[in-house]
Design a protein around this ligand. Structure first.
Ligand code: F6R
Length: 585
């Protein structure tokens, strides 16, 4: 979604803010802006584009002053325009705000403010907060009272930072993340520790329904009723500072390439939690799984693995769907929530519904300090390092590895060879000339289908998602056996079909599907350890044990999507209209 950042301290604010925004750009990247306070005046610059572009154009970094706020936007209310970019000043220009989230009652509030004579320059819901704060401040002349009054009037999910012309900062959190970084002589406010990790590893995670006041070097946390809260400082892992692309052209390629190592680290920081989770699963009557996007696709893999190898029946529910059938969660069940960020609003809502039904929450998360981690009974860490590319890559394979580890605890019959998984990933990464060639072939195509059976079906769905996100080509995952029940009608010489077909129990049936499709003129890309005349292009994956294939076959599709994005001249790290962490519903 959006990222917000604030700084108050001894150093010049704007360069620090711009640096933080660059690191948080994954959250939203259609526009950017910074406002600072200098000599009791607010100065503001903003524009459409990524941080680098806007900074080059309007020199955000040159704004004067030691206090400031900044924002990267992912449009929800109003188009991507300069005037909709944040920060938004209030009518008097004495207050400026940055906001992440959605104000549900903004229409109502805007009407009231307009009746009072307030004018609006943007189409955003956020500008309402700026003017509401101005109105309340003009009455109370006190920042604390202004914040307390304003939060009672706002409905929705939000975190915002407000800067007053005298340099006071305040920030509130309601169902959107807000973290304070505490340095030697400075304070940072941010949506993510990445916003300040280069400056300090001391973080305070602000709880829901709390707000923060920063005046000179005085710092206070209060709840929405105005009661003071004792700050709790957490040391943030320095690994989060390691988010540079290094020699790679894009984060996405770097993260795809890291998978030969992340296979080993998945869950290693929370080994006990894996054992504990297996124990709970053994004794629970009902197990539900939830997630969104790629993480939901991982729940489909879990369903397959748990039923086949551990004889545990589960139900996968798309996180955003649970609110429409909350009764499908039986009381006292287990809910396994999978989320890279641990901040997806839909997943948090699903967890909330499950908790109301007294369910135990086991979560598989990359960010162990996320909101989901704090809502969970057991937390398993993906431990794959920060994933900045908007498309999930290494987090997906880490999710799978953790699921393998849980199943291994439950069933002594299966043995996972992590060395073999890692070395097949390395091999695919080294020999990907064919993938590059296919990427140049598919760039003009409008439809790609991905077909797989059994455990390869969830991989087909995930592959289609990756292709859509990175290349903007329409793609769809098909369960092999469903071909004749409809999708075969789509097959002609205008489409490419990726056939996921390693030599396992699904091999012969899937090869037959490939031939049926080829007979209709579509071009076939076979992903397999074995070549066939049914394939127009063969992406070779190493021959391995059966359970290793879902991971090995994922890597070529990630690479194909990445290289096709380059062919199409789109930005693989920041696909249009998307954001890394979807903290709004
Ligand atoms: C796909 C992708 C998204 C996320 C989804 C859930 O490449 O990145 O579909 O998987 O938004 O995000 P998390 O896992 O952070 O809950």
């Amino acid at each position: 979604m959006c990222s917000i950042i604030g700084y108050s301290g001894d150093d010049t604010a704007a360069p620090i803010i711009v640096k933080g925004l660059r690191r948080m750009e994954y959250r939203g990247y259609d526009s950017v802006g910074v406002a600072t306070e200098s000599n009791n005046q607010i100065e503001l610059k903003k524009g459409v584009g990524k941080v680098e572009e806007v900074n080059t154009k309007v020199h955000l970094e040159k704004l004067p002053g030691k206090i400031g706020i900044g924002h990267t936007r992912w449009a929800t209310h109003g188009k991507v325009t300069d005037s909709n970019a944040h920060p938004h000043p209030s009518n008097s220009g004495k207050i400026a705000i940055v906001h992440n989230g959605i104000i549900e009652n903004f229409d109502e509030l805007k009407n009231e403010l307009q009746k009072d004579g307030y004018k609006f320059k943007s189409e955003t819901d956020s500008e309402v907060i700026a003017n509401l704060l101005q109105k309340n401040f003009e009455i109370s002349n006190n920042v604390k009272d202004t914040m307390m009054k304003t939060v009672t009037q706002l409905k929705g999910h939000y975190s915002f930072i407000v800067m007053f012309e005298n340099g006071q900062l305040a920030a509130a959190r309601f169902h959107e993340p807000l973290i304070v970084g505490v340095g030697d002589n400075n304070y940072f406010l941010s949506s993510d520790v990445l916003g300040f990790i280069e400056q300090t590893d001391n973080a305070i995670y602000i709880d829901n329904g709390n707000f923060v006041l920063i005046d000179q070097n005085k710092f206070q946390i209060l709840d929405f009723d105005g009661n003071e809260i004792k700050p709790q400082i957490t040391k943030v892992s320095k690994e989060f500072a390691d988010v540079y692309k290094g020699d790679y052209a894009h984060f996405t390629l770097k993260e795809i390439s890291e998978q030969a190592e992340t296979v080993f680290s998945a869950g290693e920081n929370t080994k006990k939690a894996i054992k504990e989770s297996a124990d709970y699963l053994k004794h629970s009557k009902n197990v539900f799984l939830t997630g969104s996007g790629t993480s939901y696709n991982a729940t489909l893999i879990a369903k397959y693995l748990l039923s086949k190898y551990a004889k545990i029946k589960t139900e996968s529910i798309i996180a955003s769907e649970l609110q429409f059938s909350p009764e499908s969660i039986e009381p006292n069940s287990i809910l396994i929530a999978i989320s890279q960020s641990g901040e997806s609003a839909d997943v948090l809502e699903a967890v909330d519904i499950a908790k109301q039904n007294d369910c135990k929450i086991i979560s598989i998360i990359n960010s162990l300090t996320s909101s989901l981690a704090r809502e969970s009974d057991i937390v398993i860490g993906m431990n794959c390092g920060p994933e900045i590319g908007v498309a999930a890559t290494k987090s997906f394979t880490s999710q799978m590895i953790i699921l393998y580890k849980i199943v291994q605890e439950l069933s002594k019959d299966i043995e996972i060879d992590f060395e073999e998984i890692s070395s097949s990933i390395s091999q695919i990464l080294e020999e990907h000339n064919m993938i590059k060639k296919i990427a140049s072939e598919i760039k003009e195509i409008s439809d790609i289908y991905v077909l797989g059976r059994g455990i390869h079906y969830p991989i087909a769905i995930e592959s289609a998602l990756k292709i859509k996100e990175l290349t903007y080509i329409h793609a769809e995952g098909i369960a092999g056996g469903e071909l004749k029940h409809g999708p075969l009608a789509l097959m002609d010489s205008n489409v490419f079909v990726i056939i996921i077909n390693p030599e396992d129990s699904t091999y012969q049936d899937t090869l037959t599907s490939a031939r049926e499709i080829k007979a209709r003129g579509a071009r076939i890309i076979g992903i397999s350890n074995k070549n066939s005349d049914a394939y127009d292009f063969w992406i070779k994956i190493p021959k391995t044990k059966e359970l290793t294939y879902p991971i090995s076959e994922t890597i070529p599709i990630q690479l194909l999507s990445y290289y096709a994005a380059l062919e199409k001249d789109t930005d693989p790290d920041y696909p249009r209209n998307l954001a890394k962490s979807v903290t709004v519903k």
